[in-house]
Design a protein around this ligand. Structure first.
Ligand SMILES: Nc1ncnc2c1ncn2[C@@H]1O[C@H](COP(=O)(O)OP(=O)(O)OP(=O)(O)O)[C@@H](O)[C@H]1O
Ligand SMILES: [Mg+2]
Length: 372
C-alpha cells in the first residue's frame, strides 16, 4: 500500500502532540481570563484570592495546562491507539488459528500497511492450507478408487485359480476356460497398474517433457497406421483430413503419442458400430486443432462433463465389458495440459468428437529442435 509522508505514524503523533499542546494552551488561557473576571464575583473571590496568594497564579496555570494537555492528548490519540488495539486483537485471533479473521485497513499509515500485509499473509496461508487439503482429499479418493478397482479383478482371478487348484472343473475345456478368464483379468490388472503409474507420474508434475518440433499431421498419419490391425479387426477405417501439409507444435513425441493413442483406441472401442474414424487437423488462432470423430453410440449428456475424470466410465456396464480402466482420458488430458493445450468433447446421436488444441510452434524452421 502506498502512503504519503504526511500520513506516517511519526507525523500523526507529532500533530496529535502539537494539537494537544495548543488546545491546552488555549484552554488554560481562557481559564486564566475567566479567573480574572470571576475574581470580583461572589462566591469566587475568596477561593481565587486564596489560591493566588498561597500557590501563585503561574504554578496553577502550568498545572492546569499540563492536565489539559493530558486530557487532549488522550482524546486526540484515541483513534490511533484503538486501531493499534484492533490490530493486536487480529493478530491474537490469527495466532490462535482463526485464519478467516480480517483486520480492517482503515488508515494509510504504517499501521494500515501492517494490517494490509497481515491480511494478505492470512489469505495466502488460507489458500495453501485449502490446496493441501484438496491434494490430500484427491490422494485419498485415488487410493479408494484404486483399491476398489484392483480388488474386483483380483477377487475373480483368485476365484478361478481356486477352482483350478481344487480340481473343481469338469474337463480340460472348462479348465482352459477358467485359465483364460484368469489370464484376461490379470491382463486388465496389469493395464490398470500401468495406467495408474502413468497417471500418478503425470499428475505429480515431476515428469520431464522432451520437447521437439513435431509435425502433427505426419505424426497422426503414422500413429493411425499403427492402429491398422485394430481398425481392421473392428471392421473400421480411419480417414485423415488436413488443410495444410504440415502443422508444427512443440511436443514430447512419446507423451503425445500416448495421449492420442487413448483417444483413438476409445474411438475404436466405443465407436465400432460407426465404421469410420475421422481425424481432422487444422490450425486457428495460434493453435493446432485436432478433431477425432467416431460415429458410434453417443456419450450420455449427463456423463459428458466427467469423461476426463479418472476412473470415470460412461454407461458403466458397457464400459466394464470393454475392460477399460477409466484412466485413459484422464491421462490424455494431463498430457495435453502439460503441453499448454486443452481437450474437449462433444457427443450427440450423430457423432462423438474429441478436440485437442495445442499451441503452434513459434519457430518457423523446418529443422527439428534439440530436445529440452
Ligand atoms: N469415443 C467414445 N465414444 C463413446 N464413449 C466414449 C468415447 N471415449 C470415451 N468414452 C467414454 O468415456 C469413458 C472414459 O474413457 P477412458 O478412456 O478414460 O476410460 P476407458 O476407455 O473406460 O478405460 P481405459 O483406461 O482403458 O482407456 C469410457 O468408459 C467411455 O464410457
Ligand atoms: Mg479409454
Amino acid at each position: 500500500m502506498k502512503f504519503n509522508f504526511i500520513y506516517t505514524m511519526r507525523w500523526k503523533f507529532l500533530s496529535v502532540f502539537a494539537l494537544s499542546i495548543a488546545s491546552a494552551f488555549v484552554t488554560a488561557f481562557i481559564g486564566y481570563r475567566l479567573g480574572f473576571k470571576l475574581e470580583n464575583v461572589e462566591p469566587f473571590t475568596i477561593p481565587i484570592n486564596w489560591v493566588v496568594k498561597r500557590i501563585g497564579s503561574l504554578p496553577v496555570l502550568v498545572a492546569a495546562g499540563f492536565l489539559m494537555f493530558l486530557i487532549y492528548f488522550f482524546l486526540f490519540s484515541r483513534k490511533m491507539f484503538d486501531y493499534l488495539e484492533e490490530i493486536t486483537r487480529g493478530l491474537q485471533e490469527i495466532s490462535q488459528g482463526n485464519l478467516s479473521y480480517e483486520i480492517t485497513t482503515q488508515s494509510s499509515d504504517e499501521l494500515g500497511v501492517l494490517a494490509d500485509h497481515f491480511n494478505r499473509m492470512t489469505k495466502k496461508l488460507r489458500k495453501s492450507i485449502e490446496e493441501e487439503r484438496k491434494a490430500e482429499r484427491t490422494k485419498n479418493e485415488l487410493i479408494t478408487g484404486v483399491s476398489h478397482d484392483l480388488r474386483t479383478p483380483l477377487t475373480s482371478v483368485l476365484g478361478y485359480l481356486e477352482l483350478i487348484e481344487t480340481d473343481r472343473y469338469k474337463d480340460e475345456v472348462e479348465l482352459r476356460y477358467y485359465t483364460k478368464i484368469a489370464y484376461e483379468k490379470t491382463k486388465n490388472l496389469k493395464k490398470l497398474i500401468d495406467h495408474l503409474f502413468e497417471y500418478t507420474s503425470l499428475s505429480d508434475e515431476g515428469i520431464k517433457l522432451h520437447m521437439k518440433k513435431v509435425n502433427i499431421i505426419g505424426f497422426l498419419k503414422q500413429l493411425t497406421e499403427e492402429f491398422n490391425p485394430q481398425l481392421k479387426k473392428a471392421g473400421m477405417s480411419c480417414r485423415l483430413a488436413a488443410r495444410d501439409d504440415s502443422i508444427y507444435v512443440e511436443a514430447d513425441g512419446h507423451q503425445l503419442m500416448r495421449a492420442y493413442e487413448n483417444v483413438i483406441s476409445n474411438a475404436i472401442r466405443y465407436g465400432s458400430s460407426g465404421k469410420y474414424i475421422d481425424i481432422r487437423i487444422g490450425s486457428t488462432g495460434g493453435e493446432a486443432v485436432v478433431e477425432i470423430i467416431n460415429y458410434g453410440e453417443a456419450i450420455p449428456e449427463r456423463d459428458l462433463p466427467y469423461v476426463f475424470e479418472r476412473f470415470y466410465r460412461a454407461d458403466k456396464s458397457r464400459s466394464s465389458q470393454n475392460g477399460g480402466t477409466g484412466l485413459g482420458l484422464a491421462i490424455t488430458k494431463s498430457i495435453i495440459e502439460l503441453h499448454g493445450g486443452r481437450i474437449s468433447v462433444r457427443s450427440d446421436r450423430r457423432e462423438t468428437a474429441f478436440e485437442t488444441r495445442l499451441p503452434l510452434c513459434q519457430v518457423s524452421s523446418q529443422e527439428p529442435q534439440k530436445g529440452r
